[in-house]
Design a protein around this ligand. Structure first.
Ligand code: PMM
Length: 291
């Protein structure tokens, strides 16, 4: 198989340890939602000790990074104050960082980003790409952490109405480029930034599949890519109808997306179930190695 069809995984962002910057395969980020109402695992890990135990389990399974979130971003989820969010995630972050884990925190709030990076989180995962909190990019710049800049439009309440595109790849690419430029203007170094197409955020199923099959257009922006397809509703269309509405029944489809994203050159995939995606990204690495 040619170099063109199986791309090398992109180099990772600069603030991370060397092993995660040039890992030789796509990384796996395991999700730990410390929330009572996430769509995919709602409430399962909504207790500090249970969340920590779950994160340790994902790391033991081979997750390279754990992504800790304290606010659900699904449409219609209850709004959580930054203080509540921080109270949920901080003890989890402190413990895991102390144990040497590479911790990411899923937040749109600058105050949370500030506190968790001081507590040892190396990655700020902002699904709003800096659009929710005007202080976010300057805060990330000061912290020196990795900044996952995700594409979104509107808010979780309004995003479904904003899933209107002429050319979804060109528009998401242009909007990510604009957000990246604004982050850099606020002092974030490009080397800190990872881009993310924001699957399911102001996207219908067709938009998600089109973006996935054109990751090369986003990689052309010159930054590593994170892909978050795990258990999302658009996968229900490829899952056996009897179970398609159950998020947990989407893990095999998620792993397939992980393999294809890795083959397309994604730096990391964000998933709830780690083992299937870890196998999948290793398959992609072997495939490339022997091509
Ligand atoms: N999706 C969710 C939450 N956070 N972060 C990034 N960077 N990319 C995503 O696609 C993403 C995210 C929603 O899923 P969840 O409720 O299962 O965490």
């Amino acid at each position: 198989m040619s170099e063109r069809s199986v791309r090398r995984a992109a180099r990772g962002p600069e603030p991370l340890p060397q092993a995660l910057r040039d890992p030789g395969r796509t990384l796996v980020m395991g999700v730990v939602n410390v929330t009572p109402d996430s769509f995919s695992d709602g409430g399962q890990w909504f207790d500090t000790d249970v969340a920590i135990a779950h994160a340790r389990h994902l790391l033991a399974q081979g997750a390279d990074i754990v992504d800790v979130g304290g606010e659900s971003t699904r449409p219609g989820a209850a709004h959580v104050s930054p203080e509540q969010e921080l109270a949920r995630v901080l003890p989890v972050v402190e413990t895991l960082a102390r144990e040497g884990a590479v911790v990411s925190v899923d937040t749109v709030n600058a105050s949370t980003a500030e506190a968790v990076t001081q507590a040892g989180a190396l990655i700020v995962n902002d699904v709003s790409g800096g659009l929710f909190d005007p202080e976010m990019t300057a805060t990330v710049a000061r912290s020196g952490a990795v900044y996952v800049l995700q594409h979104w439009r509107g808010t979780p309440e309004t995003m479904n109405d904003l899933a209107v595109y002429g050319d979804v790849v060109a528009e998401v690419r242009a909007e990510l480029a604009e957000r990246l430029e604004e982050a850099v203007a606020a002092g974030v170094r490009e080397e800190q930034v990872v881009l993310d197409p924001g699957l399911g955020f102001a996207k219908d199923p067709g938009h998600n599949w089109t973006l996935l099959s054109h990751l090369d257009a986003l990689l052309d922006l010159g930054r590593p890519l994170l892909v978050g397809a795990s258990r999302k509703r658009f996968l229900s269309g490829v899952v056996a109808p009897r179970v398609a509405q159950e998020p947990l029944a989407r893990d095999a489809a998620t792993a397939a997306v992980s393999a294809l994203s890795a083959a397309a050159g994604a730096w990391a995939v964000r998933v709830h179930e780690v083992t299937g995606s870890l196998d999948a990204v290793r398959v992609a690495a072997e495939w490339r190695e022997h091509s």
